[in-house]
Design a protein around this ligand. Structure first.
Ligand code: NAI
Ligand code: MG
Length: 358
């Protein structure tokens, strides 16, 4: 089978980590005996420098024609003076919008061997393995009106959702729960917000389609506490845009290292967009120490959600786990014991372990 994957390296450490992720994809394609077309395109500051725009039309066209897209990171001090519409971040928001992705997936898991990096006690962290599904296109961040009123003495933001918008992200979350430990936690504020009462009704109306998935509803304030007190009770969490923004950053702290966090943005029958959670890390760019594992774990998500290669995705994750367990650490994981390696060496270790498994 021929697959088309577009790689958007971007800025800072983006090109360094996507270079290694590309090698990983090439290894996987060869192992499964398929032809994968891996093409790069410009985004962010790199695109601005070459074309005057952070999201050139050729990039959008290439992405739309792909099965999946892997992005590095965008931004950096070099472009901070630019006006908002041509800043690197505009490229990122633009591609998400162009692709129509509406569900942002943030897997949060702890790695035995890296528990020291977390501010929480190790015993709380055992077995943490959850996916937060955040609605990405609606809710408080986009609802109209949003404006100052009465000559600046009042203000309004609007939390607006259509039934369709809620249903599609909730279904996505049920599908993911079904393929995992079969527990779905829907987070809302149904004691106060009408939008949350409708959200809850919709979750309840879809639940009978997934009889093997256990559903619970949590108020967002309770969820914020339980993420710290009992993080290993969660499997899949689904919630509206702003709640998801806040809770996913809270949960990310559990793992203790931004260099290990992948993400995906999915739409129905669209190419998925996969990217590490971290930014372009200008402080370490060009020094060969960036951790490529957030990108490798993003590739695992790409294999799982866009290419339907669940078994290969699990092998990638197991290879990462193996290399961490054998004591290899990039500099961001320093203070966690083990031996310090650079970007290329970490990449080579994981890829050779993967070769052994495939
Ligand atoms: P950042 O995530 O780039 O860096 C925060 C800290 O974590 C830095 O000390 C950095 O060296 C370290 N770090 C990040 N990723 C790492 C990795 N893979 N390996 C080792 N260390 C790593 O966040 P920051 O510094 O707030 O932002 C830097 C630039 O990135 C800004 O221009 C920002 O706008 C942009 N950014 C882009 C994002 C994206 O493209 N999705 C997301 C977040 C920030
Ligand atoms: Mg955030």
């Amino acid at each position: 089978m021929t697959r088309q994957i577009t790689i958007l390296p971007g800025d800072g450490i983006g090109p360094e980590v996507t270079k290694e992720a590309r090698r990983l994809l090439e290894d996987v394609a060869q192992a499964v005996g398929e032809t994968w077309v891996l093409e790069e395109a410009l985004i962010g500051g790199a695109a601005y420098d070459q074309t005057g725009h952070p999201l050139p039309p050729e990039t959008v066209a290439k992405c739309k024609a792909s099965d999946a897209i892997l992005l590095g990171a965008v931004g950096g001090p070099k472009w901070d003076h630019l006006p908002g519409d041509v800043r690197p971040e505009a490229g990122l928001l633009g591609i998400r919008k162009q692709l129509g992705v509406f569900a942002n997936l943030r897997p949060i898991r702890t790695w035995p061997g890296l528990l020291l990096a977390s501010p929480l006690k190790a015993e709380l962290l055992n077995g943490v393995d959850m996916v937060i599904v955040r609605e990405l296109t609606g809710g408080l961040y986009f609802g109209e009106p949003k404006q100052r009123l009465n000559g600046g003495d009042a203000v309004v933001d609007t939390l607006y959702y259509t039934r369709h918008e809620i249903e599609r992200v909730v279904r996505q979350a049920f599908d993911i729960a079904k393929s995992r430990r079969k527990k779905l936690t829907s987070v809302d504020k149904a004691n106060v917000l009408e939008s949350s009462r409708m959200w809850r009704e919709i979750v309840q109306s879809i639940a009978p389609e997934y009889p093997d998935v256990t559903v619970e509803h949590l108020l967002v304030d309770t969820a914020a506490m339980q993420l710290i007190q009992r993080p290993n009770q969660f499997d899949v969490v689904v919630t509206e845009n702003m709640f998801g923004d806040i809770l996913s950053d809270e949960a990310a702290v559990l793992t203790g290292s931004i260099g290990m966090l992948p993400s995906a943005s999915l739409g129905a029958d669209r190419p998925g967009l996969y990217e590490p959670v971290h930014g372009s890390a200008p402080d370490i760019a060009g020094t060969g120490v960036a951790n490529p594992l957030a990108s490798f774990l993003s590739v695992a998500m790409l294999l799982r959600h866009s290419l339907g290669l669940e078994d290969v995705a699990q092998h990638v994750e197991a290879a990462v786990l193996h290399v961490i367990e054998s004591g290899h650490r990039t500099r961001d994981l320093a203070g966690q014991g083990g031996e310090s390696v650079g970007t290329e060496q970490m990449s080579a270790l994981v890829r050779s372990e993967l070769q052994r498994r495939l």
